[in-house]
Ligand binder design. Structure first.
Ligand SMILES: Nc1ncnc2c1ncn2[C@@H]1O[C@H](COP(=O)(O)OP(=O)(O)OP(=O)(O)O)[C@@H](O)[C@H]1O
Ligand SMILES: [Mg+2]
Length: 361
């Protein structure tokens, strides 16, 4: 069993820097868990607490069901891979991978087997005699991962392992990480600030902000049912359009009256929105749920920028002072400065309570 459990974990640096704020998290055996969030939100600190490189100010950490608060990093049965690889420059890839095992007194034959097995998984068999300066960034990162794999740890911890690589290699390595995870079936906790990386690799994703987890869900649920305004805007590129307004009633029907649009709330959302009558709410619309037409729509907008992107186009639209993004089919004719009618797919829009930032429906 290689579960990882955090119970009410807090880390305060100095007198007042709350880096991790009462985080509780259960990572299942064999799960690929992602911690994602903006810079400074406490991702690395959380990971370092699991590794034992940082002591929590409060709370409990369990690995494989065992309380490890007072267990040294080397006895926690974890392996951590950092952003900067931290390979020994004077050693070959082989020696780098073998080093930790040698220190632990593992037999030479077993070391050899484990290094070759890891090299095969990572496709670096040809590179084992090279020194780090003779390796590309992606190859170095594989060796760093190899060094973790040969340890056969209960849990792998990764702190932004791909952020030094160029975009193309990063995309390729994301797929590699998913493959490695499938092959090893190991528990992995992976830190990134990149929402695309999180969405493409994670079984589940914990979205962090200011030391706390704002939502923990699988990628689909995170995208379709964001729990609050922060998650709604952090996940998804381009971000969800956010329109300020109030809920009003006219002739028995509920309306959303926004800065530049008035729309009828669909029946299915009415019950949950009625308690917010006359209150300030924000309507969130994903770019793919905005369509444009030459006829009559819910509102009129002027096309500001057109970005063709292969099978689709992004339109940046202006309505008064508000800006919106629409993801439309590539055939859409709209040109810069055209006035277009826009339609929101009201079944798919989200509403957030301005008082709490929480999702209403
Ligand atoms: N050793 C330290 N002493 C004091 N403050 C620290 C220390 N380490 C981290 N912090 C603070 O704790 C907060 C969380 O830092 P952490 O490194 O966990 O963020 P992060 O989410 O990993 O950010 P990034 O994406 O930039 O790596 C930040 O405000 C940071 O300045
Ligand atoms: Mg970090």
């Amino acid at each position: 069993m290689s579960t990882v459990t955090l119970k009410n974990v807090t880390k305060v640096f100095g007198d007042s820097v709350v880096a991790v704020d009462n985080v509780s998290l259960e990572v299942e055996d064999g799960e690929f868990m992602i911690l994602v969030g903006p810079s400074g939100c406490g991702k690395s600190t959380t990971l370092r607490i699991i590794a034992g490189l940082e002591t929590a100010t409060g709370g409990d950490i369990y690995i494989g069901g065992r309380l490890v608060n007072d267990v040294l990093p080397k006895d926690r049965d974890i392996a951590m891979v950092f952003q900067n690889y931290a390979l020994y420059p004077h050693m070959t890839a082989y020696a780098n991978m073998a080093f930790g095992l040698k220190l632990r007194g593992v037999q030479k034959k077993e070391i050899d087997e484990r290094v070759k097995e890891a090299a095969e998984i990572l496709n670096i068999g040809e590179l084992l005699d090279r020194k780090p300066r003779e390796l590309s960034g992606g190859q170095s990162q594989r060796v760093a991962v190899g060094r973790a794999i040969v340890r056969k740890p209960k849990v792998f911890l990764f702190d932004e392992p791909l952020s030094n690589l160029d975009l193309k290699l990063r995309v390729q390595m994301r797929a590699e990480f998913s493959k490695i995870h499938n092959k090893l079936g190991a528990t992995m906790i992976y830190v990134t600030h990149d929402q695309t990386e999180a969405m493409t690799m994670g079984d589940r994703i914990a979205v962090m902000r200011e030391g706390g987890i704002r939502q923990l869900a699988d990628p689909g649920a995170l995208y379709q049912s964001p729990a609050n305004r922060f998650v709604a805007q952090f996940i998804g590129i381009p971000p969800m359009n956010m329109i300020d307004g109030v809920i009003a009633e006219e002739g028995g029907a509920l309306l959303f009256k926004g800065d530049s649009c008035r729309v009828t709330v669909p029946d299915g959302k009415g019950d949950l929105l009625r308690p917010f009558l006359e209150k300030k709410v924000t309507m969130g619309v994903r770019p793919e749920d905005v369509s444009v037409s030459e006829g009559k729509g819910m509102a009129e907008a002027v096309v500001d920028v057109v970005q063709p992107l292969g099978p689709q186009k992004f339109l940046y639209l202006k309505m008064g002072d508000c800006e919106y993004t629409a993801r439309v089919p590539v055939e859409t004719k709209a040109r810069v400065n055209d006035t277009v009618a826009i339609v929101f797919d009201m079944e798919k829009v989200h509403f957030f309570d301005d008082a709490t930032d929480r999702a209403i429906v």
